[in-house]
Write a protein that binds this ligand. Structure first.
Ligand SMILES: [Zn+2]
Length: 106
């Protein structure tokens, strides 16, 4: 075993974990600043945390009652960006795979 390799092997997961925590902290920070005005919805965990692709505003979420499906949408007037919650969560799950130390529920 070459000592340098061991250090390098340990280095990467550590950075990834830090990145994950950074993401988590941004969420916490936004919450403490009062960005989240609605009660946290377990079905829409990415609400406010994610941004609109077009105008970079935080996405809000809602339930399509007819279909029983949750959606994220942009809150900017006239922007009309919408994403199904399922598609967003799949994307986010894939994103979390780059953090090897992340073993949480997703
Ligand atoms: Zn938008």
């Amino acid at each position: 075993m070459i000592p340098g390799q061991v250090i390098e092997g340990r280095h990467e997961p550590l950075v990834s974990k830090e990145l994950f925590l950074a993401v988590h902290n941004i969420r916490e920070e936004k919450r403490s600043q009062g960005f989240v005005h609605n009660k946290e919805n377990d079905n829409l965990p990415l609400k406010v945390f994610t941004q609109c692709d077009k105008c970079k505003q935080p996405l809000t979420g809602y339930l399509v009652k007819k279909k029983g499906l949750y959606c994220y949408k942009c809150s900017t007037k006239g922007c009309k960006v919408k994403r199904s919650a399922k598609a967003m969560h799949d994307l986010f799950r894939n994103l979390l795979k780059i953090f090897p130390n992340w073993k949480g529920r997703v």
